[in-house]
Design a protein around this ligand. Structure first.
Ligand code: ADP
Ligand code: X2W
Length: 283
């Protein structure tokens, strides 16, 4: 279904999917972003927020003395780690993000993938990951998105509510899975036929020099993105973010933006004028 259920007085005809990383939800710009989201939502834009909480989950694991293991940017998730994800991402962070949105005047509805269920997921089979040796790796209770409950999200948006989804999914048998928030955001944007996917992180966009925030690239094609990964300019979490986002562009999302360190109004500005605040990805 494409995002044409309603026409927004603010100029956004389709759905905006906004992904907030854990650094953002727990960081100093949360109130600014919440204000922007409340303004857009109040003006009639159809918005779904999806959030992560990786740094906070790592911190609680360390406090509990649990091992933290990541493979190609994804957390190996045993039973105890899954408990941590439920507590941190679907619990504390979802509440705090909704509370910030309430303070900004929005009408958030906090959800996790197992409510609805909004995010129907399946366990990710073992596979070979770059930098993790020749053998397939089993990440445990890590899932992939099978489908999205568009009816529930549309019902909420049509009634001026702002869905705020924690990056957890559930299988039809009720098994809960930890899913990378970038993965959920990209698949949600594809399933909703989103006009824009805005990925808000702790960096102002894709940078030519990761140490220099002024080196932001305004527009990036898939081929250029591959070149940056090959040359090592893009590393760590940004590799997965770019790969998955270019896949989502191929699968029908109209525009994907990587942005961060936002000032008031930046979220809407980037959606209206791609590349003005962050990096816009082109097919
Ligand atoms: N060329 C680059 N430009 C911007 N960020 C980069 C680049 N290369 C690596 N990164 C890293 O990618 C990180 C963003 O990815 P990630 O930590 O996964 O974000 P999030 O947790 O918000 O999803 C940045 O904090 C930065 O350290
Ligand atoms: C499987 C997997 O890796 N899941 C992620 C989910 C949280 C997340 O993605 O949070 P950010 O957006 O803050 O990075 C994790 O456990 O860290």
């Amino acid at each position: 279904m494409s995002g044409t259920l309603s026409s927004s007085p603010d100029g956004f005809e389709g759905t905006l999917v906004v992904k907030l990383g854990g650094e953002v939800v727990g960081g100093p710009s949360l109130a600014t972003i919440a204000e922007d989201l409340a303004t857009l939502s109040g003006a009639g834009a159809r918005i779904v927020v999806i959030h992560g909480g990786g740094p906070q989950a790592t911190k609680l694991q360390e406090q509990l003395g649990l091992p933290v293991q990541k493979v190609a940017g994804r957390r190996v998730t045993d039973r105890e780690t899954l408990e941590v994800m439920k507590m941190v991402v679907a619990g504390k962070l979802n509440v705090e993000l909704c509370a910030a949105l309430v303070a900004a005047g929005a009408q958030p509805v906090g959800l996790h993938g197992a409510s609805g269920p909004v995010i129907v997921a399946a366990r990710r089979p073992p596979r070979v990951y770059p930098g993790a040796g020749p053998d397939p790796v089993d990440l445990g209770f890590v899932g992939d998105v099978i489908s999205v409950n568009r009816d529930l999200l549309n019902l909420l948006m049509r009634n001026s509510y702002l869905p705020v989804v924690a990056c957890i999914g559930a299988g039809p048998n009720g098994q809960v899975y930890n899913i990378n928030a970038d993965t959920v955001a990209n698949r949600l944007a594809v399933e909703l036929g989103a006009e824009s996917l805005l990925m808000v992180s702790d960096v102002p966009g894709v940078l030519r020099d990761v140490e220099d925030p002024s080196s932001r690239i305004q527009k990036l094609t898939r081929a250029e993105g591959h070149g940056l990964v090959e040359s090592g300019v893009v590393s760590r979490g940004m590799i997965v973010k770019l790969e998955e986002s270019f896949d989502a562009l191929r699968d029908g999302v109209q525009r994907i933006h990587i942005l961060g360190q936002l000032k008031p109004g930046d979220l809407a500005r980037e959606a209206r004028e791609p590349g003005s605040v962050g990096t816009v990805l082109l097919p």
